[in-house]
Design a protein around this ligand. Structure first.
Ligand code: ADP
Length: 413
């Protein structure tokens, strides 16, 4: 009995369910040490597969689960979650469900209903369901993850952490569009913003690194991954962000167009006969870096540009120019800033993009030290010149860890 008490509630599971994938991470609750990290991919397709990395002491092992039968397929999220728990059990990472203090779920859209992470109950589930029209691709998958885990282990507390919630502090003048106000009142048309978990996490890390209270800092957070967004953070609160009602607005992205003239879709429909669906697909999946130079992966774009490809060079210039414009806009919105944060796959790894995005900003106090910027590291670091007024930080984001921490706060093990 004593032993049972001792092994209870020492782990936190984090789920990030996509429409055809399930990412999961298991953390030790004491020190947030990562115990296992896995992915079930191509759920509902012919060649689904799952893999998980886990560490035992200092040994890193890989457990690839690809049954011999080539036609093996994970039919749905229910099966994906079964496979996840099987792998966690087989590897001894999670031998008993009682070890879980809680399960944290990433939920993309919390609308205006959720300003903070919440413990999931039937009402929360109903609200996430009601918000599906605002995120038709994401919220249903997130909900499936919640429902299936809840059904399987109803006794484990579950927490929803929303991509939108950190931006609920944005004031009306930054979230209301220049449209009839009734569209906001009746159809919830407004800026919501995304990447909130990442922005919130790196901003907290910045305060620790700078050894300053978050309530004293004015920051610009640049999350540059496949999706990209900028956020203006005043004294720990988001006051503006580049993504809008959907994650299509703002900075140019891997395959998404970012800010464009809203009249372009009407022009395309008129002139080319494209349907609404085709235009939506074009703006989301065939635009951005990919639309300009044929590649959406920034590593490939940089490589092509280095070989002299003019389209790739142009794509990089556009990408960095968009970032620079948002830096300027948010410096104005914040009336000066203490630091700029680069995060996400591109922000953390590409010295070229950081350099180009900040070039010729010396008059605004931004001055990157090329030696610091070019040094490779996966640690939090400053890359500004010693005397620069604005600090420029590279901060590795960790959305799953942030969700695990938020989950622990709510489940009070
Ligand atoms: P997601 O937004 O899906 O979480 P990531 O944050 O992992 O994606 O970012 C993916 C992007 O980061 C890709 O465009 C990838 O090419 C880019 N990236 C990763 N490493 C580098 C690098 N060394 N140089 C340039 N881009 C990089």
């Amino acid at each position: 009995m004593l032993e049972t008490t001792r092994i209870k509630k020492i782990k936190i599971l984090v789920l990030n369910s996509g429409s055809s994938s399930l990412k999961f991470q298991l953390f030790d609750i004491k020190n947030f040490h990562l115990l296992a990290s896995g992915l079930v991919e191509q759920i509902g397709e012919k060649h689904s597969f799952a893999h998980m990395k886990y560490a035992t002491g200092i040994h890193q092992k890989e457990n690839i689960r690809q049954p011999a039968c080539q036609d093996y397929s994970v039919a749905d999220h229910q099966q994906a979650i079964e496979i996840m728990f099987d792998m966690l059990k087989e590897s001894s990472c999670l031998t008993r469900m009682e070890e879980l203090a809680g399960i944290g779920h990433r939920v993309v859209h919390g609308g205006e209903d959720f300003h903070d992470p919440v413990l999931i109950n039937d009402q929360v589930i109903a609200t996430i369901e009601r918000l599906i029209p605002l995120a038709p691709l994401h919220n249903p998958a997130n909900l499936t993850g919640i429902r299936v885990t809840k059904q399987r282990s109803p006794e484990i507390p579950q927490v929803a952490v929303f991509d939108t919630s950190c931006h609920q502090s944005i004031p009306g003048h930054a979230y209301i569009y220049g449209l009839p106000y009734t569209l906001y009142e009746k159809q919830q048309v407004r800026r919501y913003g995304f990447h909130g978990t990442s922005h919130h996490y790196v901003v907290q890390q910045a305060a620790i690194y700078l050894d300053k209270k978050i309530s004293k800092l004015k920051l610009i957070s640049l999350h540059l991954g496949n999706g990209t967004s900028a956020a203006a953070i005043q004294y720990g609160k988001s006051i503006d962000t580049s993504m809008g009602m959907t994650p299509l607005e703002g900075l140019i992205m891997g395959t998404r167009c970012g800010d464009i003239d809203p009249a372009i879709p009407f022009y395309l429909a008129r002139e080319t006969g494209m349907t609404l669906q085709e235009i939506e697909d074009l703006l989301n999946k065939r635009s951005g870096l990919k639309g300009i130079c044929g590649q959406n992966d920034m590593r490939a774009v940089v490589k092509q540009a280095a070989k002299g490809d003019a389209g790739s060079e142009l794509a990089i210039r556009i990408f960095c120019y968009h970032i620079k414009k948002y830096i300027g806009a948010y410096m104005a919105a914040l009336n000066g800033i203490d630091a700029i944060i680069f995060t996400g796959g591109i922000g953390e790894n590409s010295n070229l993009i950081r350099e180009r995005s900040c070039e010729n900003l010396q008059n605004l106090g931004v001055d990157i030290d090329p030696v610091k910027n070019n040094a490779s590291s996966n640690k939090i670091r400053g890359i500004h010149c010693d005397l620069a007024q604005v600090k420029v930080l590279v901060i590795p984001t960790n959305e799953e860890l942030a969700i695990a921490m938020q989950t622990v706060k709510l489940v009070h093990p």
